[in-house]
Design a protein around this ligand. Structure first.
Ligand code: 5AD
Ligand code: SF4
Ligand code: FES
Length: 370
């Protein structure tokens, strides 16, 4: 009897998704708790359909350049936190970053993501000059992922031509956020996400799945937060334990939980760009990214960092691709996407939300190719 009632509750929630009705926190908790294979398949199929309808079949590639592993912060989970004395630090000179961007452009990437720890040795002026040169000398969209700065610095970088900014809020549980981030403030983080949007950036954020102490309720609220922030991009990857951090010994997040959150993020946000993350590939190298692309994701971010630095950008251990060159990763990812029968986008892959305000979907999809 009880089972019947649960069944009908679940059917009601699936029917809500079918009819494109909003999901409540309770609905999301119920879906995140699913474990039965048939229910999960149903969820993933619905997410794949939403993906198909709202963002189409194209997969967007972003070339990731990890240009410095210096960081002023000490986030409890992160392998490049300043307190980790055991890793060798590196900083790519501006010219070398630019050369790497050229290489990415030659490999066909229409977006480069410049990512680093919070390394203040690169001033906003240094980075603005780099962005200006990239925009002048190549034809790629620029995403920055450099952590927290002042509003004025974000403005200068936007004026220099940066298109997008990635800054994960990591968890929407304020208490957990503060436990994991000895030198960050939850409200400050959220305020920055609002600034970035006000300035004009396409804004990406996201969370880790399976952080020590994180609950299913937290994940449900994370997903609602993605919607509330109206994010253009949402990165969701499993937490992977690094032994040289205060969280040594904790369990990793799971692949299954990551899939569920990706699927629900797609269902709830509809238009957001969602990457199949490297952290997911690290836990499931054979087919993690392919599966993610079939249950909501539509972006992959292959590494283009020069090989000599790759192993040093160790946010978490056993990261994939630390020995491969940019050309190999491009080939590997291209093959994986084509094996799914999905086309690789030739456009910049700008935000679909922003464009939709001004244009119909079909018209936008054409514009993006220019
Ligand atoms: N496991 C998984 N992801 C991590 N990140 C940092 N450390 C880890 C880890 N141990 C993620 C954070 C950060 C992004 C750049 O990498 O979410 O925002
Ligand atoms: Fe620095 Fe980012 Fe790692 Fe935190 S997560 S220590 S800010 S690189
Ligand atoms: Fe780097 Fe597959 S993406 S080797």
């Amino acid at each position: 009897m009880l089972l019947k009632r649960e069944d009908s509750l679940l059917n009601d929630i699936f029917s809500k998704i079918d009819h494109e009705q909003e999901l409540s926190k309770e609905d999301l908790v119920c879906l995140i708790a699913l474990e039965n294979a048939a229910d999960l398949t149903r969820l993933y199929n619905l997410a794949d359909r939403v993906r198909q309808k709202y963002v189409g079949d194209e997969v967007h590639l972003r070339g990731l350049i990890e240009f410095s592993n210096y960081c002023r912060k000490n986030c409890d989970y992160c392998g490049i936190r300043r307190g980790n004395r055991k890793i060798e630090r590196y900083r790519m000179p501006i010219e070398e970053i630019l050369d790497t961007v050229y290489e990415a452009a030659e490999l066909g990437y229409r977006t480069v993501v410049l990512q680093s720890g919070e390394d203040m040795r690169y001033t906003a002026d240094n980075l603005a000059e780099l962005v200006r040169r990239i925009k002048r000398e190549t034809d790629v969209a620029v995403t920055l992922s450099i952590g927290e700065r002042s509003r004025e610095e974000y403005e200068r970088l936007y004026e220099a031509g940066a298109d997008r900014f990635l800054l994960r809020f990591e968890t929407s549980n304020r208490e957990l956020y503060h436990r994991l981030h000895p030198d960050s403030d939850y409200d400050e983080r959220m305020k920055i996400l609002v600034w970035l949007r006000e300035i004009g950036y396409q804004v990406g954020s996201g969370v880790m799945i399976g952080l020590p102490g994180q609950t299913i309720e937290d994940l449900a609220l994370d997903i609602l937060k993605f919607k509330e922030l109206d994010l253009d991009m949402v990165g969701v990857g499993p937490y992977i334990c690094h032994e040289e951090t205060p969280l040594a010994g904790h369990a990793n997040g799971t692949v299954e939980m990551t899939y569920k959150v990706i699927a629900l993020t797609r269902i709830v946000t509809r238009y957001a760009h969602i990457p199949a993350t490297t952290a997911l590939a690290t836990l499931r190298p054979d087919d993690g990214r392919e599966e993610a692309l079939q249950l909501g994701a539509n972006v992959v971010m292959p590494n283009v960092t020069p090989v000599k630095y790759r192993a040093l950008y160790e946010l978490y251990p056993s990261k994939v691709c630390i020995r491969e060159k940019a050309t190999q990763c491009r080939g590997c990812i291209g093959g994986r996407i084509l094996s799914l029968g999905r086309p690789i986008s030739q456009g910049y892959g700008h935000s679909l939300y922003k464009k939709l305000n001004a244009l119909g979907t079909a018209k936008f999809l054409k514009e993006d190719k220019k």
